[in-house]
Design a protein around this ligand. Structure first.
Ligand code: SDX
Length: 431
């Protein structure tokens, strides 16, 4: 943080307060209000944190107006085109693109942590078969605290490193087993001779009766989906992980909290909600009815997969994801899938509608990722678990950055209290 001695003057009850202003390497300046309450006796008020920087970070930068997304300075479209998910994991975790030998060591480490403690599979058995895979993931990831005691001490950098590797490595197995449990098929173990995305696809779709040959176009599309969802600055689930970690909770419990937050339809649950919306629309001729509902202030309906808190231009991830969606649809020749036909017509009509243009509502990453996952054969209930699988590296990277920050302290926001002031208890016979 560059201290350029800039200040902002705030006048409260006739008193002037000089607040330090910090300038970033990119993006808006921030006004440092950490001493505001002790100096001026007032709080700031920002429900939803639309104008609040909760921390400083060097991991991911987003420019919502330009539709720009950088991971450690590298544009997302270049990473999606030229890199691959585990290399992006290394970049997010350690800040630099790895040399060949470092990448090989990292990939070997992750590959060798993909198996779960054998006792964990009995944890799955406690769930009903129709449990949502996200419910299983929240439970199983939180339960990792009970299995991996040698990597729960957040004050030990070595334990933080092992926990990071375990979470990134085991998430595909946890997610795939949640899917298998849901379908009633036996668990498939990871294999060390497959890359990360191929291993995940095989654990999902292989059965004892016949193995699953991974199609390289599908594993590349899956790897790209994982790369595009890896991290995204201080979004709701990342902020949840940071807040949970600020009390010193172990990393597995904190990542489970992030999974719980991501589940919501306004956040990571949007890709599932988007496909369910396409299913509800059902046919191209019903699209105008739904677009009218999305514009109706009295109707809570919103177009799932459209809009974004930060991107007031096209989501840069959506552009790359759209390219993958076209590749997968061509490969699988499923032009006739009604949901996918509705998706393409809806995208066209929404982008041509003045309401969405003026509100800057464009298709976001979740609009296209849902289409690809549907084409691959995943049920909509697996869309958010795959998002969680990918975002684990972002959560872990932001967690590591926060824990190592000497300024790190427990997060404890205040409030604007609008409730009753002090009043005496009334005995029940007098009420
Ligand atoms: C993700 O934060 C992240 O980075 C998230 C994420 C990540 O990688 O972590 O990018 C992943 O969560 C992507 C977003 C997925 N969510 C959806 O697709 C759900 C549908 N989108 C909306 O719920 C909404 O756009 C949000 C929640 C994403 C953003 O909401 P905001 O920023 O709070 O915007 P808003 O609700 O203030 O909307 C501004 C206006 C409103 O109209 P007015 O009150 O100004 O008249 O736009 C309207 C909204 O009604 N609007 C929509 C709309 N989204 C916003 N109208 C119709 N359909 C929509 N989808």
């Amino acid at each position: 943080m560059t201290d350029n001695k800039k200040t902002a003057t705030l006048t409260v009850n006739g008193e002037n307060y000089e607040l330090p202003v910090h300038s970033p390497t990119a993006g808006p300046d921030v006004i440092d209000i950490r001493k505001l309450y002790s100096d001026a006796g007032v709080f700031t008020y920002d429900p939803g944190f639309t104008s609040t920087a909760s921390c400083d970070s060097t991991i991911t930068y987003i420019d919502g107006e330009k539709g720009e997304l950088l991971h450690r300075g590298y544009p997302i479209d270049q990473l999606a085109e030229k890199s691959h998910f585990l290399e992006v994991c290394y970049l997010l975790l350690y800040g630099e693109l790895p040399a060949a030998k470092d990448l090989e060591t990292f990939e070997t480490t992750i590959t060798r942590h993909t198996m779960l403690h054998e006792q964990m599979q009995y944890f799955y058995r406690g769930f009903r078969r129709d449990a949502h895979p996200m419910a299983i993931m929240v439970g199983v990831v939180g339960a990792m605290s009970a299995f991996y005691h040698d990597s729960t001490d957040v004050s030990d950098p070595n334990q933080r490193e092992i926990a990071s590797h375990r979470l990134i490595a085991k998430m595909p197995t946890i997610a795939a087993w949640a899917y298998k449990y849901h379908t009633g098929q036996p668990f498939v173990y990871p294999r060390n001779d497959l890359d990360y995305a191929s291993n995940f696809l095989r654990m999902c779709f292989s059965v004892p009766a016949e193995d699953y040959e991974v199609n390289p176009i599908l594993s590349r599309a899956m790897d790209r989906i994982l790369t595009l969802h890896a991290d995204h600055e201080q979004n709701a689930s990342t902020s949840t992980v940071r807040l949970a970690s600020s009390s010193g909770s172990n990393p597995f419990a904190c990542i489970a909290a992030g999974i719980a937050c991501l589940w919501g339809p306004a956040h990571g649950g949007a890709n599932q909600a988007c496909l369910e919306m396409l299913e509800e629309i059902g046919s191209v001729d019903r699209i105008p009815e739904y677009i009218a509902r999305a514009k109706d202030k009295d109707d809570p309906f919103r177009l799932m997969g459209f809009g974004h808190r930060v991107y007031k231009n096209f989501d840069p991830r959506a552009k790359v994801m759209k390219q993958s969606a076209d590749e997968v649809l061509d490969l699988l020749d499923i032009e006739n899938n009604p949901k996918l036909k509705v998706a393409k017509a809806l995208e066209k009509q929404a982008l041509e509608d003045p309401y969405f243009a003026e509100k800057k509502l464009f298709p976001n990453v979740d609009f296209y990722s849902g289409i690809i996952l549907e084409a691959m054969g995943f049920p909509t209930s697996m869309f958010t678990p795959i998002f969680a699988l990918s975002r684990t590296v972002g959560w872990v990277s932001q967690w590591k950055e926060m824990i190592a920050d000497p300024q790190n302290k427990i997060g404890r926001p205040r409030q604007l209290y609008l409730g009753e002031t002090t009043r005496d208890y009334v005995d029940i016979e007098k009420r």
